[in-house]
Design a protein around this ligand. Structure first.
Ligand code: ADP
Ligand code: MG
Length: 706
């Protein structure tokens, strides 16, 4: 979990083992080794707090109120007593500061407290107050004897990540703070500046040494803020520097096929284009075509909202390859998605008489053999598939383009196995994601790629109308559905289904199906869920696609891979249980035809604040980019991307949902330096050069440990 750019490790001082730090014996050192992977001074000084608690003021008991998340009180411990037996046993102490009485309650470690609490001694108490009858009480408060040092308050307590074992050994954030102080006092002259002086000046940043000191032991809130800003900038700067450096390397070192001929593309444009491309599609195709002419390998990300028309962009990109005697492949993370892409591309390919195939885990051996042969001899020009494409047995005559529908599910390693399918020259790479990605995420996750975004939907689409309805409005919702069916429309009704509550969820789905059958006795229905055999699923799906059934009651299996333009209403049951991007994806299943489409979000009457924000966002906008931003704010970057994208997980201090401005500045700075002095030979850039070499060293160390 080494962070990008942070380690101030540069010399043997920071390689000193922590048992040589004053106050740290071999036992404590062993604990730190084991529990936190902290071995030397460098590891310790980089063990950053994840938040800071305000200990700058003392509260008075008479002023306690519910709004205070935590209080800090200076006072005297009075009498205490033990009540209850067994698991109900607890120790209750009275504590007073002269303005009132506060109860301190312990359920655990009672014996220890009984022995060690000092009656009538002065303490500082910190914790979350809760009203208990007419009294305030704090359960398991933090308790410190009042000393000359702590009696003034006025500081910010860093809170460090801990493990249970450390807690049992009474090692808490304060213990770590103390060690940190000892270490910082002897480290100062060893912490070198890691950013060029002109950058530090330009953005008015504090020095590295001050930043480290104040992040661990803030002198004030202002200092805390400045040190955070500095460390975030540094982290993001090195993150971007390395991504951009990779990108630059790619551009200079990896040749790519030159796709100069465009006969098929021209024919397709002239005779087979089924609609006029949107301005956004044209712009993106232009960016792609530019890449394909340079003689350098293309590495581009294409993102755009559901329904923005990525398929035709992918297809035309493939035509550039075919025009130049090269083959194209598209890899998707699931069978359903692969199938959807195949269907979409096949329509276009058929119009030109181009051979296209599909290869997934369920392709039969006989068909598989044919595909393998045709890819090798070049008769099959386009292949769509899943991971099955990566297998060594799949060989191409001349693979020129890989399109990867990523959805954050493929690792870099898998991507590169696909490139290796052309031994002579790397194929061009286009990574597609099904949804828009917030700007900050795109910069960090895909910072080494060029980025194209389709930002407009095809003309003439009517925006989907989205409304929020409570369960108690079900009758009027059903009335609305009846009207839509009478107009000839079809309806999706979606239920959540997750593994953890699968039984309950399936029951909800079945109950829902029952109640719909009762409410619409004369309307043919389909039902679809993941537990059904795939033959039955297909059957139900096909009936709905052909318009034989009018309502499709389903779990999220329909989220991907379904295109029924006549379906114009999406009802989402228990909408509170879906994430924002999932709601948006589901909504994207309607609004595909000419009719006005609707999305109805059903929830319980009582919903949380976050749910309300998700629902309001859905009702307010159809813009996937805007929705992605809100989603990022709500969930944080980790949840949005899953865990496979390691580059992002390296960020320890910066937070992509808040630090967009810092990221922008850091990226611009890195770009400017790479442009002027990519090899870092100018004297002012030496701190970067020196620092990068320590990061490399660090990383090898980390891989040894983990
Ligand atoms: P996605 O970006 O979600 O993959 P698709 O490529 O599946 O979107 O396109 C969604 C629908 O919009 C398809 O039915 C497609 O034929 C249609 N479409 C795409 N581009 C245009 C356009 N420029 N004008 C009209 N319809 C378009
Ligand atoms: Mg698509």
């Amino acid at each position: 979990m080494s962070s990008e750019g942070q380690p101030p490790v540069r010399n043997s001082f920071f390689e000193t083992r922590i048992e040589f730090l004053k106050g740290v014996g071999s036992q404590k050192a062993a604990l730190f080794n084991q529990e936190l992977n902290i071995f030397n001074f460098g590891d310790l000084i980089q063990y950053y707090p994840y938040r800071h608690e305000d200990r700058s003021v003392f509260h008075q008991i008479k002023d306690i109120n519910e709004q205070l998340p935590a209080v800090q009180i200076k006072g005297r411990l009075r009498e205490w007593s033990i009540t209850g037996e067994g698991s109900k046993k607890r120790l209750i102490a009275n504590f007073t500061d002269g303005t009132g009485i506060l109860e301190l309650v312990w359920f655990q470690g009672i014996n220890w407290f009984e022995k060690n609490l000092r009656p009538n001694a002065e303490y500082i108490v910190y914790g979350k107050p809760i009203a208990f009858g007419s009294k305030w009480s704090i359960t398991h408060p933090e308790l410190d004897l009042l000393t000359a040092e702590n009696s003034q308050g006025g500081y910010w307590q860093p809170i460090y990540p801990l493990t249970d074992k450390l807690r049992r050994k009474f090692i808490d954030s304060k213990t770590i703070s103390k060690m940190m102080r000892t270490l910082l006092e002897i480290s100062r002259q060893h912490i070198h500046e890691t950013l060029p002086a002109n950058l530090v000046q330009k953005y008015r940043m504090v020095s590295k040494a001050d930043a480290i000191w104040n992040f661990h032991l803030p002198q004030s809130q202002a200092w805390l803020h400045q040190s955070q800003r500095r460390l975030k900038f540094e982290e993001l700067f090195y993150n971007q520097f390395r991504l951009l450096k990779n990108k630059l390397l790619h551009k200079t070192e990896f040749p790519g096929m030159v796709f100069g001929h465009t006969a098929l593309v021209k024919e397709f444009y002239a005779h087979h284009l089924p609609f006029t491309l949107t301005g956004s599609q044209v712009k993106v195709l232009h960016e792609i075509h530019e890449d394909l002419k340079t003689g350098r390998q293309m590495n581009r990300l294409l993102h755009g909202d559901v329904g923005s028309g990525k398929t035709i962009v992918a297809f035309i990109t493939m035509l550039f390859a075919l025009d130049n005697d090269a083959q194209a492949c598209l890899m998707a993370p699931t069978e359903i998605l692969a199938d959807q892409h195949y269907q979409g591309l096949k329509k276009f390919a058929d119009s030109l008489g181009i051979g296209i195939g599909k290869l997934t885990g369920s392709t039969k051996k006989k068909d598989r053999d044919i595909i393998h042969r045709e890819l090798l001899d070049g008769t099959m020009q386009i292949i769509v598939g899943t991971h099955a494409l990566i297998e060594d047995i799949v060989q191409f005559k001349n693979l020129g383009l890989c399109i990867i529908d990523e959805q954050h599910r493929f690792g870099v390693a898998q991507r590169s196995r696909l490139w290796a399918k052309n031994k002579r020259i790397n194929p061009h790479i286009l990574v597609m994601t099904a949804t828009p990605i917030p700007r900050t995420l795109a910069m960090t996750l895909y910072g080494d790629l060029d980025i194209s975004a389709i930002t407009e939907l095809p003309a003439g689409r009517k925006p989907i109308k989205t409304v929020h309805r409570y369960d108690k409005h079900r009758l009027s919702v059903f009335g609305f559905l009846r009207d839509e069916i009478a107009k000839g429309r079809q309806i999706y009704m979606v239920y959540p289904l997750i593994e953890e509550s699968e039984k309950m969820d399936l029951k909800d789905l079945m109950d829902g199906y029952e109640s719909v059958s009762r409410a619409f006795p004369d309307v043919p229905l389909s039902i679809l869920h993941g537990k059904m055999k795939s033959k039955d699923k297909d059957f139900e799906m096909q009936r709905f696609v052909r318009g034989e059934t009018k309502i499709m009651v389903a779990t999220t299996v329909i989220e991907v891979g379904v295109n029924v333009p006549n379906a114009s209403v999406m009802v989402i049951e228990n909408a509170e249980r879906f994430g924002l991007s999932q709601l948006h994806q589901l909504r994207g299943r309607v609004g595909r035809g000419a009719e006005q489409s609707y999305c109805i979000l059903m929830t319980d009457y009582k919903i949380s604040k976050d749910t309300r924000l998700r629902i309001e966002t859905m009702c307010r906008t159809n813009d996937g980019f805007e929705i992605a931003e809100v989603d990022l704010q709500l969930r944080g970057p980790g949840d949005i991307t899953g865990t496979q994208q390691s580059g992002l997980m390296d960020l320890l201090i910066a937070n992509l949902s808040q630090d967009g401005e810092i990221l922008k500045a850091a990226r611009q700075s890195a770009e400017a330096i790479l442009q002027d002095d990519a090899d870092l030979n100018q004297p002012e850039n030496l701190p970067i050069k020196a620092h990068l070499s320590t990061i490399k060293k660090e990383q090898t160390n980390w891989s040894r440990i983990s």
